[in-house]
Design a protein around this ligand. Structure first.
Ligand code: GN1
Ligand code: MG
Length: 336
């Protein structure tokens, strides 16, 4: 099926006028649809290599969006699913791909980078509110769609294994980075060994996953719910700070330019606590600063392991791409 055919299976208000691919995101293929009446939609295929059970991803999203819609204000600024014409939340094509469709949330803006402490505060408050709104949704009702997704010791073990096997013959080039990671092995266990409560978590808390309504009276919307799962709140917080308070982006080729911006770190922490302190335990609060280090080490493990494996997980555009990314995460880690 081609894209217009796939789109035609969804209950859109009028026929498809144009479609274009949106090339952001390292995992899924995303298309912007515009209908004859001007309404816009997001049509996405879930990456079957990353999400082995895409139907479970959709069941999680259904559970979370339904729970949130009972709590939050304006329905025009909420994430909801467009059903297929036969009333389902998704469509499977003959090649096994799973497609789903969301309304495009109009009159909102998103940011690839945080440009001020004020924005940092608002973004972190939005992720804290997201967790707070889900605190009464029993996490055991959600599927663990990517097993051990934020289990740092598992990534470390995978890295050690792929380094031993060295299937792409890249270990020599990655030796220095591998040694730096191994020197911090004990930190990898800090959150997962702390006996923290299992909650409903987002698991991909980058700033670009928030839509800010242009009308400042409306609440920001957390999007990209593919990885909502049972998890630890601290990985959401840590990943937010890791990705948003870094002075340069993940692909920066000069790792000397990368450090954790203290002012942004402070604003993110204050913003997160403004909405999350009501439900966080004392132990969770105590571990907030460590969580940033742990998730940064985790990303370094993931990028380096993918480099050693021959670039099979993250999209890359040049041979050393994942090595550069790993190096960046380590530079960020060392600046903390
Ligand atoms: C992936 O596709 P994207 O950019 O939303 C990854 C995250 C990483 C991120 C690093 C399912 O997210 O865990 O933090 O790349 N998502 C998955 O850029 O593996
Ligand atoms: Mg994502």
């Amino acid at each position: 099926m081609n894209l217009p055919e796939i789109a035609s299976r969804f209950a859109l208000p009028s026929h498809l006028s144009t479609h274009e691919e949106i090339p952001t995101g390292l995992i899924n293929a995303t298309h912007l649809l515009t209908c004859a009446g001007g309404e816009r939609f997001i049509l996405q295929a879930i990456n079957p290599f990353v999400f082995k059970q895409p139907g479970q991803v959709m069941e999680n999203i259904r559970l979370v969006t339904s729970h949130l819609s009972g709590k939050q204000g304006d329905p025009g600024t909420q994430l909801s699913l467009i059903p297929t014409k036969d009333g389902r939340d998704w469509l499977t094509t003959s090649d096994g791909a799973l497609w789903r469709c969301y309304p495009f949330l109009e009159n909102t803006e998103s940011y690839m980078k945080i440009n001020s402490p004020e924005l940092a505060f608002r973004a972190a408050a939005a992720f804290g509110k997201f967790q707070a709104d889900l605190v009464d949704l029993d996490a055991s009702r959600l599927h663990e769609t990517i097993p051990a997704f934020h289990h740092t010791p598992t990534y470390l073990a995978k890295l050690i294994k792929v380094a031993k096997e060295d299937p792409a013959n890249r270990l020599t080039a990655a030796r220095a980075e591998l040694d730096k990671i191994l020197a911090n092995e004990s930190l990898a266990h800090r959150l997962t060994d702390a006996d923290l409560p299992l909650r409903v978590t987002h698991n991909d808390t980058k700033i670009s996953n928030i839509l800010f309504p242009i009308n400042p009276g409306l609440a920001p919307v957390v999007i990209d719910l593919d990885t909502v799962m049972p998890g630890l709140a601290l990985f959401d917080f840590g990943d937010l700070v890791r990705s948003a308070a870094a002075s340069a982006d993940e692909d920066e080729s000069d790792s000397d330019k990368i450090f954790l911006d203290p002012a942004l770190n402070e604003a993110l922490t204050a913003g997160y606590l403004s909405t999350a302190s009501s439900f966080l335990t004392d132990k969770e609060k105590e571990l907030l600063p460590d969580s940033v280090k742990v998730i940064t080490l985790e990303l370094a493990c993931r990028f380096l392991a993918d480099y050693l494996a021959g670039d099979i997980y993250f999209k890359t555009t040049y041979p050393d791409h994942n090595l550069i990314r790993a190096r960046n995460q380590l530079a960020l880690f060392e600046s903390m």
